[in-house]
Structures are given as C-alpha cells and as structure tokens.
Unconditional design. Structure first.
Length: 238
C-alpha cells in the first residue's frame, strides 16, 4: 500500500461538498496555553489514573475542539456535543459530520459536510494473539478467507479487517449494538476494502467507499462513508 502524503497547511482548508478531510494528530504533543476542554472533559481526564492516557485524552479532545472550531467558526471551548442512542457524537445545532479515533500516540479526525463518516486507527501491536481475536470478530466466510492466507500475512490482514469493520460501525452510529461478526468485509490487505454481506442478507454494500490510510508506519487505519463519489484530503494537525 502506498502511503499518501499528509499535508501541513498554514491556512485552514475549506471543506467542499464531496470531500472528506482527515486530520492526523500526535497525542504525545503537550497542550499549551489555555485548555479548550469543557469542565466535564477535564473531569473525565482526571478520572484516568494512567498519566500517559490522561495526557493523550487531553491532547485528543483539545485537537478535536480546535479543528472543529475552525470548521464552524466557533470558539473551541464553546462547542457543544450531543450523543446519539449508541454514543456517536455530533455538534449541537450544526450539520457538520465528524468521527474521531485514536490508538496509542496517534489520532485521526474525519470531517464531512454532506455525509456520515467513520474512521478507525489501530496500532500494529505485534503481541496480539491473532487466532483468538480472529475467532471473535470474523464471520465464517471471513474466517475461511483468513485461513487461506500465509501465516506471515495474517497479522496485517486481521488489523486491516478490524479497522474496516469498526470504521463502518462508527459511520452507521450503531456502536457495538451491531457485533463485528454480524457482517463480512474483505479480509486480505491487498483486496479492495468493502462490506460484502450483512448477516443473513445477501445485500452487498457497493454504495459504500472504503479508503485505507497510513498515518504512520506503526499504525493502520480505514476511512469509510456512504456513496462513492467523494474524495479524501489528508492533513497533518500538529
């Protein structure tokens, strides 16, 4: 997979119809100046006993607020979030769609003006026990495709499929009310990402587009949204 460049920009880009912007954010960069976080977010941060996780949470929420503030013309700390029945956040009184995902020291924010969007990032953790996790998230069809792969490719294929599944669920806004093994995706890394089958339904999701992302050599990610007539612009948020 060829890594597309992540652009550092001096002026905040305009979000056009038919575009999805994805921002890469490093969470190991300390937040300087006055915090844009709400009182509730600061309380959530203080409840995290692990200092690194606390700092990552603060950096992630600050970046989320700063970037969404730029898109909406709102002071970051004035942004108000509302949450769907399964926890998907949106902005109060603003149609902008977004999705945020973090793993380790890297986060991604996907933003769109005219469609729901989902993004998922995972660290390429070499200590993952591949077979038990595959048994937990794969359908029978996926498991059969997975077993056909050489062992050397199974770790990458598992993570690719995982990000495809989670990005899709996040775009739908269902959370884990829809289980990861209730639908099938393409398993091999080099196969065109897609949702192939939903449960007992033979319906294929050709109306969804999946884009693999390479935010860092040690991470793997997938972006997805309905319809196919949209493009991606990648930005470096630090």
């Amino acid at each position: 997979m060829t890594a597309e460049p992540w652009r550092r920009v001096q002026q905040h880009p305009e979000l056009a119809a038919g575009e999805i912007h994805v921002w890469r954010v490093r969470l190991d960069t300390p937040v300087t100046g006055e915090s844009p976080l709400s009182a509730d977010e600061l309380q959530r941060a203080q409840r995290l006993r692990d200092i690194q996780k606390r700092n990552h949470f603060i950096a992630g929420r600050a970046a989320l607020r700063d970037l969404l503030g730029e898109y909406t013309g709102t002071e970051p700390r004035e942004l108000q979030f509302v949450y769907g029945p399964h926890g998907k956040p949106s902005l109060r009184d603003n149609p902008l769609r977004f999705n945020f995902s973090n793993s380790g020291e890297v986060a991604l924010l996907a933003v769109a003006s005219d469609r729901e969007v989902g993004v998922d990032i995972e660290y390429r953790d070499r200590s993952i026990r591949v077979e038990p996790l595959a048994a937990h998230i794969f359908t029978n069809a996926e498991a059969a495709a997975f077993r056909q792969l050489p062992e050397s490719k199974r770790h990458a294929a598992l993570l690719a499929a995982w990000t495809r599944k989670e990005a899709y669920l996040k775009a739908l806004g269902t959370g884990f009310s829809l289980s990861l093994n209730s639908f099938s995706v393409a398993v091999p890394v080099d196969e065109e990402p897609a949702v192939l089958e939903l449960g007992d339904s033979p319906e294929t999701m050709s109306s969804w587009k999946f884009v693999p992302l390479v935010p860092h050599p040690e991470y793997i990610a997938t972006l997805t949204a309905p319809d196919t007539g949209w493009s991606v612009r990648r930005f470096d948020g630090n």
